[in-house]
Design a protein around this ligand. Sequence first.
Ligand SMILES: NC(=O)c1ccc[n+]([C@@H]2O[C@H](COP(=O)([O-])OP(=O)(O)OC[C@H]3O[C@@H](n4cnc5c(N)ncnc54)[C@H](O)[C@@H]3O)[C@@H](O)[C@H]2O)c1
Length: 254
Amino acid sequence: MTDLPRTPSFSLKGKTALVTGASSGIGQGCAVALAEAGAHVVCAARGADRLADTVAALQGQGWSAEAAVVDQGDLNALKHLFEDRAFDVVVNSAGTARHSPAVETTPEDFDAVTDVNLRSAYFLSAYAAKALMAAGKPGSIIHISSQMGHVGGVDRALYCATKHGLEGMVKAMAIEWGKQRIRINTICPTFIRTPLTQSTFDNPERAAWILEKIKLDRVGEVEDIMGAVTYLASDASALVTGTSMLIDGGWTAD
Ligand SMILES: NC(=O)c1ccc[n+]([C@@H]2O[C@H](COP(=O)([O-])OP(=O)(O)OC[C@H]3O[C@@H](n4cnc5c(N)ncnc54)[C@H](O)[C@@H]3O)[C@@H](O)[C@H]2O)c1
């Protein structure tokens, strides 16, 4: 009999995952995907009430979850999450946007967006990797970047600066941490229907532009991201690091 290759495991049983931005949108979808795959999920977000609702809903499905109230701007609070545990999986979905012509961006806007999208992403990755190294464990760090980490967009210079920055950061960290089997990757969605994009979808001109650019002729839903996060978190992607998974309906194909 021929020895057939064995399908790698997508299971996360026995793993502990941290998900930031977990109480809404893509982060909440990631928390569901990881919990359903068997991980214990620590859900992090700023607002205690919405976070408690998410954790209760996960537990209501019979999955394992707990809450951690954290503002990503507070690096000490972020660091504290790793003081006594090394997460096998970290998914960073907290993010923010302020769209305007580049000449109108204020230094305050710049700091507000880079603080969450880049500064906290950088140190979250470093704290996560340091804890894994101390524990001698491999791990998978996943940032929710954006198709705007690969291309430009109208009024999006600031957002693009943070997401392109994230892409470069991930490549460099992947090189640094490969020997320790600490993988780091990004997921780059197109426009996904979440609270962050509500105002864009509400603008008929913008909504038409989006549908024109997405070759598959529909906007994204949170569910479109969930399979990718399970893949990148699991051993099925054991040889994947320093890369970027575009889930963009073909936006960047031309
Ligand atoms: N929705 C899209 O079309 C889209 C497309 C590409 C990339 N993204 C990225 O996906 C990620 C998730 O966005 P989403 O669409 O789910 O939006 P969302 O608004 O539902 O989620 C973003 C989360 O980040 C949290 N957050 C913001 N600032 C924070 C801070 N200082 N501390 C802690 N939490 C903070 C928000 O509270 C919110 O829960 C973001 O990084 C965003 O840039 C979204």
